[in-house]
Ligand binder design. Sequence first.
Ligand SMILES: CCCCCCCC(=O)SCCNC(=O)CCNC(=O)[C@H](O)C(C)(C)COP(=O)(O)OP(=O)(O)OC[C@H]1O[C@@H](n2cnc3c(N)ncnc32)[C@H](O)[C@@H]1OP(=O)(O)O
Length: 207
Amino acid sequence: MSQPTATTPAQPAGTEALAAAARSVVDAVVRAGDHCAERAAELAARLRAIADELDRCAPPLQDRLGEMREFSRSVKYNPVTGPGNPFSPPLDCTDPDDAGDGTVRGAVALGLPYQGPPGHVHGGISALLMDHMMGVANGRAGVPGMTARLTLDYHRPVPLYQELTVTARHRSSDGRKVLTTGTIGAGGETYVSAEGLFIQPRTPLRE
Ligand SMILES: CCCCCCCC(=O)SCCNC(=O)CCNC(=O)[C@H](O)C(C)(C)COP(=O)(O)OP(=O)(O)OC[C@H]1O[C@@H](n2cnc3c(N)ncnc32)[C@H](O)[C@@H]1OP(=O)(O)O
């Protein structure tokens, strides 16, 4: 029977399918661990061959960095929600359901690659989710900015393989300083709460 792959989104296509496949490789590598040690060298060579093939398609890094300045591309490839980035879980906030109060919501279930304490999510991953969702909330509130300070309270360990709800809400602005809060929870329980200070740039981040 196949093991749960909490990080695999449903029916992706194109480069998103490629990212999803890479994500499932990462998941499988961590799940297999030393149980695949005898075949590790052979499988590693095959994966490296695929990486070399992709590298041959890649433009020069400076060109790619230039492309990624485009907002739609930065969204597609960002490390939290980006369906084109195998590093992203990805957190789904395509339907953020902001309930009219400015709260944005996302959903994600995290597998073994994101483990910190046994059976639970690494604290730095929680910080990543919070930082990003607060950024999304600020963007939706029309006050996008750079994270200057992020404070997290870890109330309970965050379980792996459980659908988590990630929320964020812009609370107030004082000049260029933006205060935003967020939570990670499930089933009415809050595992992590966060507060962030964001600074709006002197010139807009994007048109
Ligand atoms: C679409 C989704 C997007 C998701 C985005 C997610 C957000 C991110 O991850 S951003 C990446 C991580 N963050 C960074 O790399 C930021 C690095 N830091 C910087 O670039 C700068 O320090 C930056 C931009 C935050 C502030 O610099 P600058 O614009 O020069 O502001 P500056 O003039 O120093 O300060 C403005 C005000 O903020 C205050 N302030 C700045 N930093 C802090 C801080 N860490 N703590 C408290 N106050 C601060 C200053 O005291 C000042 O206050 P006042 O106006 O009362 O005097």
